[in-house]
Design a protein around this ligand. Structure first.
Ligand code: HEM
Ligand code: HEM
Length: 243
């Protein structure tokens, strides 16, 4: 593998749990959004919402004890650093960062916090909350959708201006950098454990969906959902009947 004039080479930057977390969060967000308007798919909506909060809980812990570029202390910056980076970006000369850049870090914090707000308000509404809670839930989801849009646009823009494929890096874990900045382990066993927890949770939800609980039945009877018993709701979102 080649080393360039400034001594940069291909180094491991993102550990496997961070990458697995990222792509599962993106998938769950897209799925939860896509199923948000369907009564029939409300079970999938709830399952993916709870998956997101579990993933964020994992990430909050990993942000403290994880590998160096995954730690919040290494990338969360104050408003001055964020503003400086934004102006560098506008002049098409952003400084490259080994880990997350300051603006990217801001979008990451916003996405993590929005997830918590969305899931909390969704849960309150599902358990008998008022119409205004539903509106806050929708607004928080809409806000996160905007942040995700800016996040993806920012990643593409930074990739083009830096001349490095950051999306590929979030997949493979590798970026161009100095050997001193690399992480030593990819932590695959932990990433596999995280994947197993998510798949296990999806399997359990498939067997006994949250919509089939007493609360789910109450929700379905309460003028929302299918207006059917919880078991019927369970049946309907699993079997694909469109009511
Ligand atoms: C759809 C919902 C998405 C959400 C909620 C999301 C969320 C996040 C989060 C939380 C991080 C921080 C990773 C960490 O350190 O834990 C991140 C980083 C990243 N995401 Fe996403 N993401 C989404 C979609 C995407 C998509 C579609 C792409 C590719 C086009 C993408 C590319 C990246 C890249 C490249 C990074 C690393 C940025 C850097 O180098 O600083 N993300 N994303
Ligand atoms: C476990 C967590 C969640 C719970 C308990 C939950 C619950 C609900 C409930 C009960 C509704 C109302 C459906 C109706 O009666 O019309 C709803 C709607 C909605 N949810 Fe969630 N949700 C959760 C997670 C999420 C997530 C993660 C997102 C974003 C990706 C999201 C986005 C939405 C949106 C946009 C609507 C409004 C759909 C419409 O236009 O009617 N929810 N959610």
């Amino acid at each position: 593998m080649g080393t360039d004039a400034v001594g940069k080479t291909r180094i491991l930057v993102w550990d496997a749990p961070t990458r697995v977390f990222h792509w599962l969060l993106a998938l769950s967000f897209a799925g939860a959004y896509a199923t948000s308007e369907s009564d029939r798919l409300m079970g999938v909506h709830l399952t993916l919402g709870y998956t997101m909060v579990g993933l964020v809980a994992f990430r909050l812990i990993w942000g403290v004890i994880g590998t160096r570029h995954a730690r919040f202390a290494s990338f969360v910056r104050g408003p001055v650093a964020v503003a400086r980076y934004a102006s560098e970006m506008l002049s098409f000369k952003p400084k490259t960062s080994v880990g997350h850049n300051p603006l990217g870090a801001l979008s990451i914090v916003l996405m993590l916090l929005s997830t918590l707000a969305i899931v909390y308000t969704g849960w309150v509404y599902f358990n008998g909350g008022s119409h205004s809670v539903k509106e806050i839930h929708e607004a928080a989801a809409g806000f996160m959708l905007v942040v995700v849009g800016v996040h993806v646009a920012g990643v593409i823009y930074a990739s083009l201006t830096q001349g490095e494929n950051l999306i590929g890096a979030m997949w493979s874990g590798y970026k161009q950098g100095l050997t001193k900045d690399k992480i030593r382990w990819s932590w695959w066993p932990l990433a596999l454990l995280l994947m197993c927890c998510v798949l296990g949770f999806w399997y359990l939800q498939w067997q006994n969906p949250v919509m089939s609980t007493q609360r789910g039945s109450a929700y379905a009877h309460d003028g929302h959902g299918d207006h059917q018993s919880g078991n019927r709701v369970q049946h309907s979102w699993r079997s694909g009947d469109d009511d």
